[in-house]
Ligand binder design. Structure first.
Ligand SMILES: NC(=O)c1ccc[n+]([C@@H]2O[C@H](COP(=O)([O-])OP(=O)(O)OC[C@H]3O[C@@H](n4cnc5c(N)ncnc54)[C@H](OP(=O)(O)O)[C@@H]3O)[C@@H](O)[C@H]2O)c1
Length: 259
């Protein structure tokens, strides 16, 4: 099991890609801390994970990852309860739709905070715990890894999501900066950029036949992805199998960008 003896934290773990990633990490031996704003979603996800494992592996912490105080409390909790962190998946995100000329400053700020500031705050406060722990035992052979969830939209601006496209491009470059800063501590940092995956985020769009046809037409594989297919790549990048990989972005877009 690739994550035996690992402690992992996934933000936005109550649904979609984050939930699938938390499942994958737990099924491969990690103890997983599920973070999000809605306790009921997290508790349901934790229950499903714990029911599918002999040893309960999932625990819940409710936090808004755009709120520095919440993230500080989260970091204190992880330090007190676990004393270490090996894998961090910065997955929480979301968007609204508008053209640039119709976008309010508050919508702009909301999307930047949810997708980019959250990655900064969680990486800063939880990354410190990872770096401190790594320095404490001086053992750089222990796998330590941060995976930030960016997007296809960070590579190619999507229609009516200018704020989201800008924020996700920011996540890809922030990942590179963080990778440089944390490499001396033996911590790898990479991003994964999903194309269209079937989750609550895309639920509305997937009800629109035109949208579904566009995904079929514009992906080499001719379909949207499943959360588990993104989680497979997240868990690979997080694992020691990707030990020589840092500062990279991995596109998981069904071949959208090559069409
Ligand atoms: N699905 C796709 O096609 C797709 C494509 C490219 C990139 N992505 C990215 O993949 C990631 C996961 O999205 P998803 O598709 O799985 O959508 P999702 O099911 O809506 O998951 C997003 C999760 O983030 C949590 N969240 C949102 N704001 C938060 C905050 N301020 N603090 C804490 N948690 C917060 C939400 O829970 P609460 O509301 O309960 O907090 C939710 O569980 C996102 O970063 C998204 O941008 C998705």
């Amino acid at each position: 099991m690739r994550f035996s003896d690992s402690i992992a934290l996934v933000t936005g773990a109550g649904s979609g890609i984050g939930k699938a990633a938390a499942f994958r990490l737990a099924n491969e031996g990690a103890r997983v801390i599920l973070v999000g704003r809605t306790a009921s979603k997290l508790e349901n996800a934790a229950m499903e994970i714990n029911e599918s494992n002999k040893i309960p592996r999932a625990e819940v912490f409710t936090a808004d990852v755009t709120d520095e105080e919440d993230v500080r409390e989260l970091a204190d909790f992880v330090k007190e309860q676990y004393g270490d962190l090996h894998v961090l998946v910065n997955n929480a995100g979301g968007s609204v739709h508008s053209k640039i000329m119709d976008t309010s400053s508050s919508d702009w700020d909301f999307v930047q905070n949810t997708n980019l500031k959250s990655v900064f705050l969680v990486s800063k406060l939880l990354g410190k715990l990872m770096a401190d722990s790594s320095g404490a035992d001086g053992d750089f052979t222990q796998n330590r890894s941060i995976v930030n969830i960016a997007s296809l939209s960070g590579h190619q601006a999507g229609a009516h999501i200018p704020h989201y496209s800008a924020a996700k491009a920011g996540v890809i470059n922030f990942t590179r900066a963080l990778a440089l800063e944390l490499a001396p501590f033996g911590i790898r940092v990479n991003s994964v950029s999903p194309g269209f995956a079937v989750t609550p985020l895309t639920e509305q769009g997937m009800k629109n036949e035109q949208f579904v046809k566009a995904i079929r037409r514009n992906t080499a594989l001719g379909r949207a992805g499943e959360p588990g297919e993104i989680a497979n790549v997240i868990s690979f990048v997080a694992s020691s199998e990707a030990s020589y990989m840092t500062g990279s972005d991995v596109l998981v877009d069904g071949g959208w960008l090559i069409k």
